[in-house]
Design a protein around this ligand. Structure first.
Ligand code: FES
Length: 126
């Protein structure tokens, strides 16, 4: 793994952005990775059709927490309807590292819950 990207992932893991809860919130979702049992939840505030604020909470491995942190930064400010168009490749691009098949759900759990909250789609991003 490239050192720069490793540091980037570790920084998001150790200092997750937008971690916590929002009350009140307009949208929420909660899900888990069936391979390990780790869970993530998300609260979202919507204003003028955009993700105005977002917080995620829960626990998981470094990849899942870093990916959720990075994804949360990208989603804030985005039109809610555009979240449905984000897919697995988009997440992997944001991470900038190779993700093995066994860690794929770790990387995608954050987008899964954020997409679930905004679209009601409970499927895994593909
Ligand atoms: Fe549980 Fe990665 S090992 S989310």
């Amino acid at each position: 793994m490239d050192a720069l990207y490793r540091d980037y992932i570790l920084d998001h893991y150790k200092n997750p952005r937008n971690f916590g809860e929002l009350d009140p919130h307009d949208l929420e979702w909660h899900d888990h990775n069936p391979l390990c049992g780790d869970e993530l939840g998300v609260h979202i505030v919507v204003k003028d059709g955009r993700v105005a604020d977002l917080r995620f909470h829960g626990q998981g491995c470094a990849i899942s927490q870093a990916a959720a942190s990075i994804t949360s930064e990208e989603l804030i400010g985005l039109p809610v309807e555009e979240v449905a168009g984000l897919d697995a490749d988009w997440v992997i691009d944001q991470l900038g590292i190779e993700i093995s098949p066994t860690r794929r759900k770790c990387a995608l759990l954050g987008l899964k819950v954020m997409r679930g909250a905004t679209t009601g789609d409970a499927s895994w991003p593909e």
